[in-house]
Design a protein. Sequence first.
Lengths: 112, 110
Amino acid sequence: DVKVTQSSRYLVKRTGEKVFLECVQDMDHENMFWYRQDPGLGLRLIYFSYDVKMKEKGDIPEGYSVSREKKERFSLILESASTNQTSMYLCASSLIGLAEAFFGQGTRLTVV
Amino acid sequence: QKEVEQNSGPLSVPEGAIASLNCTYSDRGSQSFFWYRQYSGKSPELIMFIYSNGDKEDGRFTAQLNKASQYVSLLIRDSQPSDSATYLCAVSGSARQLTFGSGTQLTVLP
């Protein structure tokens, strides 16, 4: 079974803090993605990566950055957390050339 | 902007009935189509994918694709209360990124 693991299930951070969300996959997938999910808006792509040290902006990259130093790990960084970044964050991975994505368990981030 | 549209529901069906979930997409270049199931508080789980026009069956689930009309549907036969979840339609083009609809909430009534 594909295993995508996110470092935290729930996080509470203060406005202005720098926040790191970590994601690790154990299936040697080339592609990794970060989404956020909000009621009524569905899943929206923040950033994705097709290879180590490679990153591409998704639909809503503002206020976020990412890091992929190793193939199995993809980190999402909120440089200065704001209340409008309160959301469910989902990491996903897939094999190169295939779009079937497997998701981690999600991180519910609350910014106060 | 690529769009994927789903009726948000909620859709309620009695146990044992057929549940029909629909999805339309705007990008004619879309190549791959997926249905994910998401239970409340959980992450999405892939249940079906389809690439070619027509029907694809897997157990109680049937995915239907009509590229000319730009719609994809999911039929769930003999619906069970355990099928109660939000169903997400996702579409991928040549860039291999997934664009998701906002989901349809399905409730199967015992």
